[in-house]
Write a protein that binds this ligand. Structure first.
Ligand code: FE2
Length: 188
């Protein structure tokens, strides 16, 4: 993981910070952040070749974390054919693809949530994102991600979260064993 921040992403961080997102509901935050992410993913001129190579050499790049932990901006690289675990975020999320293809499999929880260690999940809708596509997720969303560009290009995407993912109390899920476990890392 790298904390390298390309200087030309400063305006992107400033735009998001100016929204005072910590005072917004999830719906408000998503409606404000989504058009900004759409604009920046549509014009990735800031992504110079050397930084693009650095992105594909590592998994996650922390671009910004608000001083109060209320905003997290990552650039995430998924290697070709890499798949994430099933997880939630416990905060709102806006994700915009810069290169490659990301398939989002959403899951629905169908148990009564009475046992914190187990969950019964069924597959929900699938959303395949190409460059310039953006998806937003409410705090209770559960999903997994596959990098699936047919020509084998790594997927690179903006990930904007309402809070630092390491402190949201989120979870990872096994839909076969029904096991639920805490998820403390930045896997997205
Ligand atoms: Fe995620």
């Amino acid at each position: 993981m790298s904390d390298e921040i390309p200087s030309n992403l400063g305006p992107f961080v400033d735009e998001l910070n100016a929204l005072q997102l910590e005072a917004r509901t999830s719906d408000e935050a998503i409606s404000l952040v989504k058009p900004i992410v759409e604009r920046w993913t549509h014009n990735p001129d800031w992504l110079d070749p050397s930084y693009r190579k650095a992105l594909t050499d590592e998994d996650d790049h922390v671009i910004y974390i608000g001083p109060d932990g209320h905003l997290m901006i990552l650039i995430v690289t998924w290697k070709a054919n890499q798949t994430s675990v099933i997880h939630d975020h416990n905060t709102w999320a806006v994700i915009g693809v810069i290169q490659g293809v990301e398939k989002n499999q959403l899951w629905q929880r169908v148990d009564d949530c009475s046992n914190p260690n187990t969950a019964e999940l069924i597959p929900g809708r699938t959303v395949t994102l190409h460059p310039h596509d953006v998806i937003a997720m409410e705090p209770d969303a559960i999903h997994c991600v596959s990098s699936c560009d047919p020509s084998g290009i790594d997927a690179v995407s903006f990930h904007i979260y309402g809070r630092d993912l390491r402190n949201t109390g989120r979870h990872k899920y096994d839909h076969k064993t029904h096991k639920v476990e805490p998820m403390l890392n930045l896997d997205t």
